[in-house]
Design a protein around this ligand. Structure first.
Ligand code: PLP
Length: 391
């Protein structure tokens, strides 16, 4: 019999995809399950973006493109970074990939050596630690607290940096916590990074436009331009433009790093889909009203969901700054129900007809991630079910 590599044995399958698959399985068996596990907007991709893809097909843009993306898309990304973030990049500082997931994967393989430490604040996007493990790096998980809105503090960062620290990963607004760093908080983290010039920082801005806090969006490079040579900015069209299936993510950063990420991509997948690139060009360069419309809907649902959650016995939830996730703490409710692990609670709620992702998947046992990228009706019904399961 065959033996898989030691590398693959260090990897867990994505728990969020597993919840979605399990819900689909139960549904196929005839059960009525409301899925609040998925990490994707429920809106259709806007029409003008679809039209750009259809046009690309009709014009024969159906062949290989440059590995790092078409000239048009890279220019749209350069313009976007300038317009929204004030970052200035040349074309050789941009890499387009098949989703934000591949951008981070390329980064890990291009930057991390065996034993290198990567600081990952928890709760984290499920894929970070596993991708670091594939690159044979060591994820250094730093747990946030609800009191600090699940964000990394400068003291926590200072305490974990060692000579082996290669990278710090920031994600704001955060999947799963829904909270965003303020400029002031980022300045505090930047002050620590400036003391340790051997450390790089990745800022995953995937939810940049799904933000309703009073403060405008800020990332670590906007807060501290001195970090330009040490920052890689990751973003994509999946969430902002409801384009998860098109698979386009992008990165901006130092030319040497982008060149090496491109090398990994050139020997794995080559260019991302040519048609999806044409659609992404329109998404970034075309009208932006669609983003605002989705934001209004997400905020309305957020207020409803957080309001309902905070009325549940033994559940406490902070208001999100953005994204389409709430991240309630169920630990008191779990105690009352006699559950030790949040996976037990998730399984019980699944039996009651609601699929949620347990916090342990994100490095935060006792919480649950609830995605409100679904209809108001489904949310109401799902919360009724959670309520009756807890009483
Ligand atoms: N980064 C974060 C924080 C995410 O939540 C996701 C998707 O769930 C991604 C990156 C990757 O997105 P995609 O590969 O669909 O572009």
């Amino acid at each position: 019999t065959g033996q898989p590599s030691h590398r693959v044995q260090m990897v867990k399958p994505s728990p969020t995809l597993a919840v979605t698959a399990r819900a689909a399985e139960l549904r196929a068996a005839g059960q009525d399950i409301i899925g609040l596990g998925a990490g994707e907007p429920d809106f259709d991709t806007p029409d003008h973006i679809k039209a750009a893809a259809i046009k690309a097909i009709n014009e024969g843009k159906t062949k290989y493109t440059a590995v790092d993306g078409t000239v048009e898309l890279k220019q749209a990304i350069i313009d976007k970074f300038n317009r929204d973030n004030g970052h200035s990049y040349a074309p050789d500082q941009i890499l387009v990939s098949s989703g934000g997931k591949q951008s981070f994967f390329n980064l890990c393989l291009a930057l991390i050596d065996k034993g290198d430490e990567v600081v990952i604040p928890a709760p984290y996007w499920v894929s970070y630690p596993d991708m670091v493990a594939i690159a044979e790096g060591v994820p250094v998980i730093v747990k946030g607290t609800m009191e600090n809105r699940f964000k990394l503090t400068p003291d926590q960062l200072e305490a974990v940096i060692t000579p082996k620290t290669k990278l710090v990963v920031l994600n704001s607004p955060s999947n799963p916590s829904g909270t965003a760093y303020t400029r002031k908080e980022l300045e505090g983290l930047a002050a620590v990074l400036l003391k340790h010039p051997h450390v790089m920082v990745a800022t995953d801005d995937m939810y940049e436009h799904i933000l309703w806090s009073d403060e405008p969006f800020c990332n670590i490079l906007m807060a501290c331009p001195e970090l330009y040579d040490r920052t890689i900015v990751l973003n994509g069209v999946s969430k902002a433009y409801s384009m998860t299936g098109w698979r386009i993510g992008y990165a901006g950063g130092p030319a040497w790093l982008i060149k090496n990420m491109k090398k990994i991509q050139s020997q794995s997948t080559s260019n991302p889909c040519s048609i999806a690139q044409a659609a992404a060009t329109e998404a970034l360069a075309g009208p932006q009203d669609c983003v605002k419309e989705m934001l209004v809907a997400f905020k309305k649902r957020h207020d409803y969901v957080v309001g309902r959650l905070n009325k549940l016995p033994g559940v406490s939830t902070i208001e999100s700054d953005g994204t389409f996730y709430a991240f309630p703490d169920f630990s008191e409710a779990m105690k009352k129900l006699g559950f030790e692990k949040d996976t037990q609670l998730a399984e019980m709620l699944l039996e009651k007809g609601v699929a949620l992702v347990p916090g342990s998947a994100f490095g935060m046992e006792g919480c649950m991630r609830l995605s409100y990228a679904t209809s108001d009706k489904a949310l109401e019904k799902a919360l009724d079910r959670v309520e009756s399961a807890l009483i």
